[in-house]
Design a protein around this ligand. Structure first.
Ligand code: S3P
Length: 434
Protein backbone atom coordinates (compact mmCIF):
# COMPACT_ATOMS: atom_id res chain seq x y z
CA UNK A 1 0.00 0.00 0.00
CA UNK A 2 1.19 3.54 -0.77
CA UNK A 3 2.26 5.40 2.38
CA UNK A 4 2.02 9.09 1.32
CA UNK A 5 3.37 11.64 3.78
CA UNK A 6 0.94 14.57 3.99
CA UNK A 7 0.97 18.05 5.50
CA UNK A 8 -2.25 19.48 6.86
CA UNK A 9 -2.08 23.22 7.44
CA UNK A 10 -3.97 24.92 10.25
CA UNK A 11 -7.37 26.18 9.08
CA UNK A 12 -7.24 29.95 8.67
CA UNK A 13 -10.94 30.18 7.87
CA UNK A 14 -14.10 28.27 8.85
CA UNK A 15 -15.01 25.15 6.83
CA UNK A 16 -17.95 25.58 4.49
CA UNK A 17 -19.80 23.41 2.04
CA UNK A 18 -21.92 20.37 1.23
CA UNK A 19 -20.40 16.96 0.81
CA UNK A 20 -21.28 13.30 0.43
CA UNK A 21 -19.14 10.57 1.96
CA UNK A 22 -18.58 7.07 0.51
CA UNK A 23 -21.01 4.23 1.15
CA UNK A 24 -21.04 2.60 4.56
CA UNK A 25 -18.24 0.05 4.85
CA UNK A 26 -20.12 -2.33 7.17
CA UNK A 27 -23.30 -2.31 5.09
CA UNK A 28 -21.26 -2.63 1.88
CA UNK A 29 -19.56 -5.84 3.09
CA UNK A 30 -22.91 -7.33 3.99
CA UNK A 31 -24.53 -6.36 0.68
CA UNK A 32 -21.75 -8.12 -1.25
CA UNK A 33 -21.90 -11.18 1.01
CA UNK A 34 -25.68 -11.60 0.94
CA UNK A 35 -25.84 -11.01 -2.82
CA UNK A 36 -23.10 -13.60 -3.37
CA UNK A 37 -24.79 -16.33 -1.33
CA UNK A 38 -28.31 -15.57 -2.63
CA UNK A 39 -29.83 -16.94 -5.82
CA UNK A 40 -30.27 -14.48 -8.67
CA UNK A 41 -28.91 -11.13 -9.79
CA UNK A 42 -28.51 -8.36 -7.21
CA UNK A 43 -27.28 -4.84 -7.78
CA UNK A 44 -25.32 -2.95 -5.14
CA UNK A 45 -25.42 0.84 -5.48
CA UNK A 46 -22.94 3.16 -3.79
CA UNK A 47 -20.39 0.60 -2.59
CA UNK A 48 -17.58 2.62 -0.97
CA UNK A 49 -14.75 1.80 -3.37
CA UNK A 50 -12.59 1.51 -0.25
CA UNK A 51 -10.00 -1.25 -0.15
CA UNK A 52 -11.78 -3.20 2.61
CA UNK A 53 -15.02 -3.56 0.64
CA UNK A 54 -13.06 -4.51 -2.47
CA UNK A 55 -11.39 -7.34 -0.52
CA UNK A 56 -14.82 -8.89 0.06
CA UNK A 57 -15.69 -8.48 -3.63
CA UNK A 58 -12.40 -10.14 -4.68
CA UNK A 59 -12.96 -12.99 -2.21
CA UNK A 60 -16.27 -13.95 -3.82
CA UNK A 61 -14.81 -13.62 -7.33
CA UNK A 62 -12.17 -16.06 -6.14
CA UNK A 63 -14.99 -18.46 -5.22
CA UNK A 64 -16.47 -18.26 -8.71
CA UNK A 65 -19.25 -15.70 -8.13
CA UNK A 66 -19.84 -13.49 -11.19
CA UNK A 67 -19.35 -9.88 -10.07
CA UNK A 68 -19.10 -7.07 -12.61
CA UNK A 69 -19.27 -3.30 -12.44
CA UNK A 70 -21.54 -1.25 -14.69
CA UNK A 71 -21.52 2.55 -14.32
CA UNK A 72 -20.37 2.31 -10.71
CA UNK A 73 -23.06 -0.25 -9.84
CA UNK A 74 -21.94 -3.69 -8.75
CA UNK A 75 -23.87 -6.52 -10.44
CA UNK A 76 -23.63 -9.79 -8.52
CA UNK A 77 -24.82 -13.09 -10.02
CA UNK A 78 -25.41 -15.28 -6.99
CA UNK A 79 -26.01 -18.99 -7.45
CA UNK A 80 -26.88 -19.80 -3.84
CA UNK A 81 -24.70 -21.55 -1.27
CA UNK A 82 -23.95 -24.38 -3.70
CA UNK A 83 -22.68 -21.87 -6.24
CA UNK A 84 -19.62 -21.12 -4.08
CA UNK A 85 -16.65 -23.08 -5.50
CA UNK A 86 -13.46 -24.02 -3.65
CA UNK A 87 -11.15 -21.03 -4.12
CA UNK A 88 -8.11 -21.39 -6.36
CA UNK A 89 -5.90 -19.40 -3.99
CA UNK A 90 -5.59 -17.92 -0.51
CA UNK A 91 -8.24 -15.28 0.23
CA UNK A 92 -6.32 -12.09 0.97
CA UNK A 93 -8.44 -10.00 3.34
CA UNK A 94 -5.85 -7.20 3.37
CA UNK A 95 -6.55 -4.91 6.34
CA UNK A 96 -10.19 -5.96 6.68
CA UNK A 97 -11.26 -7.63 9.91
CA UNK A 98 -14.87 -7.64 8.72
CA UNK A 99 -13.93 -9.60 5.59
CA UNK A 100 -11.97 -12.17 7.60
CA UNK A 101 -14.50 -12.69 10.37
CA UNK A 102 -17.70 -12.64 8.31
CA UNK A 103 -16.23 -14.88 5.61
CA UNK A 104 -15.11 -17.35 8.29
CA UNK A 105 -18.82 -17.72 9.02
CA UNK A 106 -19.69 -18.22 5.33
CA UNK A 107 -16.90 -20.75 4.73
CA UNK A 108 -17.60 -22.64 7.97
CA UNK A 109 -20.55 -24.29 6.26
CA UNK A 110 -19.00 -24.98 2.85
CA UNK A 111 -17.62 -28.46 2.15
CA UNK A 112 -14.07 -27.37 1.32
CA UNK A 113 -10.98 -25.79 2.81
CA UNK A 114 -10.40 -22.04 2.53
CA UNK A 115 -7.37 -20.13 3.73
CA UNK A 116 -7.86 -16.54 4.89
CA UNK A 117 -4.89 -14.25 5.32
CA UNK A 118 -4.29 -10.53 5.70
CA UNK A 119 -1.72 -7.78 6.14
CA UNK A 120 0.58 -7.35 9.16
CA UNK A 121 -2.15 -5.51 11.13
CA UNK A 122 -4.84 -8.11 10.46
CA UNK A 123 -2.42 -10.94 11.34
CA UNK A 124 -2.18 -9.43 14.84
CA UNK A 125 -5.90 -9.27 15.46
CA UNK A 126 -7.78 -11.78 17.65
CA UNK A 127 -9.62 -14.47 15.69
CA UNK A 128 -10.37 -16.89 18.56
CA UNK A 129 -13.60 -14.97 18.96
CA UNK A 130 -14.85 -16.56 15.71
CA UNK A 131 -12.81 -19.79 15.84
CA UNK A 132 -14.50 -20.79 19.09
CA UNK A 133 -18.23 -20.45 18.22
CA UNK A 134 -17.80 -21.67 14.63
CA UNK A 135 -15.92 -24.68 16.06
CA UNK A 136 -18.87 -25.40 18.37
CA UNK A 137 -21.09 -25.39 15.29
CA UNK A 138 -18.94 -28.10 13.68
CA UNK A 139 -16.33 -26.28 11.57
CA UNK A 140 -12.66 -26.70 12.19
CA UNK A 141 -10.68 -23.47 11.95
CA UNK A 142 -6.95 -23.69 12.35
CA UNK A 143 -4.81 -20.68 13.18
CA UNK A 144 -1.64 -21.61 11.28
CA UNK A 145 0.61 -19.83 13.76
CA UNK A 146 -1.11 -21.47 16.71
CA UNK A 147 -1.74 -18.06 18.27
CA UNK A 148 -5.40 -17.68 17.39
CA UNK A 149 -4.73 -15.20 14.59
CA UNK A 150 -4.44 -15.29 10.79
CA UNK A 151 -3.62 -17.05 8.54
CA UNK A 152 -6.72 -19.15 9.19
CA UNK A 153 -7.54 -22.46 7.51
CA UNK A 154 -11.29 -22.95 7.50
CA UNK A 155 -12.30 -26.60 7.12
CA UNK A 156 -15.99 -26.20 6.48
CA UNK A 157 -18.73 -28.82 6.53
CA UNK A 158 -21.97 -29.83 8.16
CA UNK A 159 -22.97 -27.43 10.93
CA UNK A 160 -25.45 -27.55 13.79
CA UNK A 161 -27.15 -24.62 15.50
CA UNK A 162 -25.79 -23.41 18.85
CA UNK A 163 -26.73 -21.08 21.65
CA UNK A 164 -23.85 -18.65 22.19
CA UNK A 165 -23.26 -15.73 24.53
CA UNK A 166 -20.51 -13.50 23.13
CA UNK A 167 -18.06 -12.27 25.80
CA UNK A 168 -17.80 -8.81 24.14
CA UNK A 169 -20.30 -7.03 21.92
CA UNK A 170 -19.05 -7.54 18.36
CA UNK A 171 -21.08 -7.26 15.18
CA UNK A 172 -18.36 -9.13 13.34
CA UNK A 173 -18.61 -12.13 15.66
CA UNK A 174 -22.42 -12.01 15.75
CA UNK A 175 -22.57 -11.81 11.95
CA UNK A 176 -20.07 -14.65 11.46
CA UNK A 177 -22.23 -16.90 13.65
CA UNK A 178 -25.44 -15.85 11.86
CA UNK A 179 -23.92 -16.50 8.42
CA UNK A 180 -22.89 -19.97 9.60
CA UNK A 181 -26.33 -20.45 11.21
CA UNK A 182 -28.03 -19.90 7.84
CA UNK A 183 -26.25 -23.09 6.71
CA UNK A 184 -26.62 -25.05 9.96
CA UNK A 185 -29.28 -27.60 11.00
CA UNK A 186 -31.52 -26.25 13.74
CA UNK A 187 -31.78 -23.17 15.90
CA UNK A 188 -28.92 -20.75 16.61
CA UNK A 189 -29.23 -18.08 19.28
CA UNK A 190 -26.61 -15.33 19.72
CA UNK A 191 -26.74 -13.22 22.85
CA UNK A 192 -24.58 -10.13 23.37
CA UNK A 193 -23.69 -8.17 26.52
CA UNK A 194 -24.57 -4.94 24.62
CA UNK A 195 -26.28 -4.68 21.26
CA UNK A 196 -23.67 -4.28 18.49
CA UNK A 197 -24.50 -2.75 15.10
CA UNK A 198 -27.47 -4.59 13.56
CA UNK A 199 -26.83 -4.26 9.81
CA UNK A 200 -26.86 -8.06 9.34
CA UNK A 201 -30.22 -8.41 11.08
CA UNK A 202 -31.65 -5.58 8.94
CA UNK A 203 -30.30 -6.87 5.64
CA UNK A 204 -30.92 -10.62 6.04
CA UNK A 205 -34.75 -10.37 5.82
CA UNK A 206 -34.45 -8.22 2.67
CA UNK A 207 -32.76 -11.25 1.05
CA UNK A 208 -35.58 -13.48 2.32
CA UNK A 209 -34.05 -14.79 5.56
CA UNK A 210 -36.22 -15.49 8.60
CA UNK A 211 -34.53 -14.10 11.68
CA UNK A 212 -35.78 -13.07 15.10
CA UNK A 213 -34.46 -10.21 17.21
CA UNK A 214 -35.48 -9.91 20.90
CA UNK A 215 -34.27 -8.47 24.24
CA UNK A 216 -33.99 -4.96 22.81
CA UNK A 217 -31.68 -6.22 20.06
CA UNK A 218 -29.25 -8.12 22.28
CA UNK A 219 -30.50 -11.58 21.26
CA UNK A 220 -30.78 -12.76 17.67
CA UNK A 221 -31.92 -16.19 16.55
CA UNK A 222 -32.55 -18.07 13.33
CA UNK A 223 -33.35 -21.62 12.22
CA UNK A 224 -31.23 -23.09 9.47
CA UNK A 225 -30.73 -24.07 6.81
CA UNK A 226 -32.09 -21.22 4.71
CA UNK A 227 -31.72 -20.22 1.05
CA UNK A 228 -31.67 -16.53 0.15
CA UNK A 229 -32.90 -14.71 -2.94
CA UNK A 230 -31.44 -11.71 -4.78
CA UNK A 231 -32.18 -8.12 -3.80
CA UNK A 232 -30.91 -4.71 -4.93
CA UNK A 233 -29.25 -2.67 -2.17
CA UNK A 234 -28.45 1.03 -2.04
CA UNK A 235 -25.72 1.57 0.56
CA UNK A 236 -26.18 4.74 2.68
CA UNK A 237 -23.27 7.12 3.35
CA UNK A 238 -20.90 5.99 6.10
CA UNK A 239 -21.46 7.70 9.45
CA UNK A 240 -17.97 6.61 10.53
CA UNK A 241 -16.52 8.55 7.59
CA UNK A 242 -18.86 11.50 8.18
CA UNK A 243 -17.65 11.62 11.80
CA UNK A 244 -14.32 13.16 10.76
CA UNK A 245 -16.15 16.07 9.16
CA UNK A 246 -18.59 16.37 12.06
CA UNK A 247 -15.61 16.82 14.38
CA UNK A 248 -13.68 19.05 11.96
CA UNK A 249 -16.59 21.44 11.45
CA UNK A 250 -17.68 21.35 15.11
CA UNK A 251 -14.17 22.36 16.19
CA UNK A 252 -13.45 25.20 13.79
CA UNK A 253 -15.61 28.16 14.92
CA UNK A 254 -17.87 29.64 12.24
CA UNK A 255 -17.88 26.46 10.12
CA UNK A 256 -21.08 25.30 8.45
CA UNK A 257 -20.95 21.91 6.72
CA UNK A 258 -23.73 19.64 5.48
CA UNK A 259 -23.13 15.96 4.81
CA UNK A 260 -25.85 14.46 2.62
CA UNK A 261 -27.29 10.95 2.85
CA UNK A 262 -25.58 9.58 5.95
CA UNK A 263 -26.70 6.31 7.58
CA UNK A 264 -27.85 7.11 11.12
CA UNK A 265 -28.61 3.65 12.49
CA UNK A 266 -29.00 4.10 16.28
CA UNK A 267 -26.62 1.17 16.92
CA UNK A 268 -23.93 3.29 15.22
CA UNK A 269 -24.76 6.89 16.05
CA UNK A 270 -23.12 7.24 19.48
CA UNK A 271 -20.66 9.83 18.14
CA UNK A 272 -23.50 12.23 17.27
CA UNK A 273 -24.83 11.94 20.82
CA UNK A 274 -21.37 12.45 22.33
CA UNK A 275 -20.60 15.47 20.14
CA UNK A 276 -23.95 17.02 20.98
CA UNK A 277 -23.24 16.52 24.69
CA UNK A 278 -19.92 18.28 24.09
CA UNK A 279 -21.92 21.21 22.78
CA UNK A 280 -21.70 20.60 19.03
CA UNK A 281 -24.52 21.95 16.94
CA UNK A 282 -25.57 19.00 14.74
CA UNK A 283 -28.92 18.92 13.02
CA UNK A 284 -30.49 15.93 11.24
CA UNK A 285 -32.77 16.76 8.33
CA UNK A 286 -34.49 14.89 5.46
CA UNK A 287 -34.88 11.72 7.51
CA UNK A 288 -35.58 8.77 5.24
CA UNK A 289 -34.86 5.04 4.83
CA UNK A 290 -32.47 3.28 2.47
CA UNK A 291 -31.80 -0.46 2.56
CA UNK A 292 -34.00 -0.60 5.67
CA UNK A 293 -31.58 1.78 7.43
CA UNK A 294 -32.36 5.29 8.72
CA UNK A 295 -30.61 7.95 6.62
CA UNK A 296 -30.40 11.73 7.09
CA UNK A 297 -28.54 14.85 6.01
CA UNK A 298 -26.34 16.13 8.81
CA UNK A 299 -25.62 19.81 9.23
CA UNK A 300 -22.94 20.87 11.67
CA UNK A 301 -22.14 24.42 12.73
CA UNK A 302 -18.81 25.10 14.44
CA UNK A 303 -18.51 26.53 17.94
CA UNK A 304 -17.12 25.77 21.36
CA UNK A 305 -16.84 22.22 22.72
CA UNK A 306 -16.70 21.02 26.33
CA UNK A 307 -15.19 17.86 27.82
CA UNK A 308 -17.57 15.00 28.72
CA UNK A 309 -17.55 11.52 30.17
CA UNK A 310 -17.91 8.78 27.55
CA UNK A 311 -19.20 5.82 29.56
CA UNK A 312 -18.78 2.08 28.81
CA UNK A 313 -22.44 1.91 27.68
CA UNK A 314 -21.47 4.03 24.67
CA UNK A 315 -18.77 1.67 23.40
CA UNK A 316 -20.72 -0.54 20.99
CA UNK A 317 -22.49 2.43 19.36
CA UNK A 318 -19.37 4.54 19.09
CA UNK A 319 -16.53 2.05 18.64
CA UNK A 320 -15.00 3.33 15.38
CA UNK A 321 -15.36 7.02 16.26
CA UNK A 322 -13.08 7.20 19.31
CA UNK A 323 -10.06 8.44 17.32
CA UNK A 324 -12.11 11.37 15.98
CA UNK A 325 -13.73 11.99 19.39
CA UNK A 326 -10.30 11.99 21.07
CA UNK A 327 -9.32 14.87 18.78
CA UNK A 328 -12.52 16.76 19.68
CA UNK A 329 -11.67 16.14 23.35
CA UNK A 330 -8.17 17.59 22.95
CA UNK A 331 -9.71 20.82 21.66
CA UNK A 332 -12.64 20.92 24.10
CA UNK A 333 -12.63 22.98 27.29
CA UNK A 334 -12.25 20.65 30.31
CA UNK A 335 -11.71 16.95 30.81
CA UNK A 336 -12.99 14.07 28.68
CA UNK A 337 -12.83 10.50 29.96
CA UNK A 338 -13.21 7.40 27.84
CA UNK A 339 -13.89 4.20 29.84
CA UNK A 340 -14.66 0.55 29.13
CA UNK A 341 -13.23 0.77 25.63
CA UNK A 342 -10.51 -1.92 25.79
CA UNK A 343 -11.71 -3.24 22.42
CA UNK A 344 -9.99 -0.21 20.85
CA UNK A 345 -6.69 -1.96 21.47
CA UNK A 346 -7.66 -4.74 19.00
CA UNK A 347 -8.57 -2.60 16.01
CA UNK A 348 -6.47 -1.85 12.90
CA UNK A 349 -3.96 -0.45 15.42
CA UNK A 350 -4.02 -0.14 19.20
CA UNK A 351 -6.13 3.01 18.99
CA UNK A 352 -5.78 3.92 22.68
CA UNK A 353 -1.99 3.85 22.52
CA UNK A 354 -1.87 5.47 19.07
CA UNK A 355 -4.16 8.40 19.87
CA UNK A 356 -2.65 9.01 23.32
CA UNK A 357 0.87 9.15 21.90
CA UNK A 358 0.08 11.33 18.89
CA UNK A 359 -2.16 13.77 20.78
CA UNK A 360 0.64 14.23 23.33
CA UNK A 361 3.00 15.19 20.49
CA UNK A 362 0.53 18.00 19.72
CA UNK A 363 0.77 19.20 23.31
CA UNK A 364 -2.46 17.71 24.67
CA UNK A 365 -2.42 16.26 28.17
CA UNK A 366 -3.50 12.62 27.90
CA UNK A 367 -3.50 9.89 30.50
CA UNK A 368 -3.67 6.42 28.97
CA UNK A 369 -5.45 3.60 30.79
CA UNK A 370 -5.95 -0.05 29.87
CA UNK A 371 -9.60 0.55 28.91
CA UNK A 372 -9.51 4.14 27.73
CA UNK A 373 -7.97 7.53 28.39
CA UNK A 374 -8.45 10.87 30.06
CA UNK A 375 -7.86 13.92 27.90
CA UNK A 376 -7.46 17.36 29.37
CA UNK A 377 -8.47 19.71 26.60
CA UNK A 378 -8.48 23.40 26.05
CA UNK A 379 -4.74 23.91 25.49
CA UNK A 380 -3.65 25.28 22.11
CA UNK A 381 -2.39 22.42 19.95
CA UNK A 382 1.12 22.77 18.51
CA UNK A 383 2.19 21.47 15.13
CA UNK A 384 4.11 18.19 15.02
CA UNK A 385 5.18 15.25 12.88
CA UNK A 386 2.70 12.45 13.50
CA UNK A 387 2.33 8.74 12.83
CA UNK A 388 -0.83 7.04 11.61
CA UNK A 389 0.40 3.50 12.36
CA UNK A 390 -1.08 2.58 8.96
CA UNK A 391 -4.55 2.87 10.54
CA UNK A 392 -7.08 4.69 8.33
CA UNK A 393 -9.10 6.13 11.18
CA UNK A 394 -6.03 7.33 13.07
CA UNK A 395 -4.72 9.00 9.88
CA UNK A 396 -7.99 10.86 9.28
CA UNK A 397 -8.44 11.84 12.93
CA UNK A 398 -4.92 13.32 13.01
CA UNK A 399 -5.60 15.23 9.81
CA UNK A 400 -8.61 16.80 11.54
CA UNK A 401 -6.40 17.67 14.53
CA UNK A 402 -4.02 19.40 12.11
CA UNK A 403 -6.75 21.93 11.25
CA UNK A 404 -6.48 23.28 14.80
CA UNK A 405 -2.72 22.92 15.39
CA UNK A 406 -0.57 26.01 15.05
CA UNK A 407 1.83 25.29 12.20
CA UNK A 408 -0.29 22.32 11.03
CA UNK A 409 0.82 18.68 11.13
CA UNK A 410 2.72 16.25 8.98
CA UNK A 411 1.41 12.67 8.93
CA UNK A 412 3.77 9.88 7.88
CA UNK A 413 1.34 7.49 6.18
CA UNK A 414 -2.01 8.70 4.87
CA UNK A 415 -2.50 6.28 1.95
CA UNK A 416 -4.29 4.02 4.46
CA UNK A 417 -7.30 6.41 4.39
CA UNK A 418 -8.24 4.56 1.17
CA UNK A 419 -9.17 1.55 3.31
CA UNK A 420 -12.56 3.12 4.06
CA UNK A 421 -12.52 6.61 2.57
CA UNK A 422 -10.95 7.17 -0.85
CA UNK A 423 -11.01 10.91 -1.52
CA UNK A 424 -10.95 11.98 2.14
CA UNK A 425 -8.09 14.50 1.75
CA UNK A 426 -9.60 16.01 -1.41
CA UNK A 427 -12.92 16.57 0.39
CA UNK A 428 -11.16 18.13 3.36
CA UNK A 429 -9.26 20.50 1.09
CA UNK A 430 -12.50 21.35 -0.77
CA UNK A 431 -14.20 22.46 2.46
CA UNK A 432 -11.27 24.71 3.33
CA UNK A 433 -11.28 26.32 -0.07
CA UNK A 434 -15.01 27.10 -0.33
C1 S3P B 1 -17.83 -3.90 12.08
C2 S3P B 1 -17.96 -4.04 13.42
C3 S3P B 1 -17.09 -3.39 14.41
C4 S3P B 1 -16.33 -2.23 13.80
C5 S3P B 1 -15.74 -2.57 12.46
C6 S3P B 1 -16.82 -3.00 11.50
C7 S3P B 1 -18.74 -4.65 11.19
O1 S3P B 1 -16.18 -4.33 14.92
O2 S3P B 1 -15.31 -1.81 14.69
O3 S3P B 1 -15.07 -1.46 11.93
O4 S3P B 1 -18.83 -4.32 10.00
O5 S3P B 1 -19.38 -5.58 11.67
P1 S3P B 1 -16.60 -5.31 16.11
O6 S3P B 1 -17.97 -5.73 15.85
O7 S3P B 1 -15.64 -6.45 16.10
O8 S3P B 1 -16.45 -4.46 17.35
Amino acid sequence: MKTQVKRIEQAQRPLHGEIVVPGDKSIGHRAVIFASIARGTSRVYNLSGGEDNLRTVEAFRNLGVGISEQDGILVIEGRGWEGLQPPSRVIDCGNSGTTMRLLSGVFAGRPFVTTLDGDASLRQRPMKRVIEPLGQMGASIISRNGKGSAPLEVHGGKLKGIRYATPVASAQVKSAILLAALQAEGLTVVEEPQQSRDHTEIMAPAFGAKIEVVSGGRTVSLKGPQELSAKDVRVPGDLSSAAFFLVAAAMVPGSDVTIRGVGCNPTRSGAIDVLRRMGANIERTHLRQEAGEPVADLRVVGGKLNGVEIAPEMVARTIDEYPALAVAAALAEGVTTICGARELRYKESDRIAAMAKELRKLGARVEEREDGMTIEGGKRLEGASLKSYGDHRVAMALAVAGLSASGGVEIDDTGCADISFPGFFRLLEGLRAS
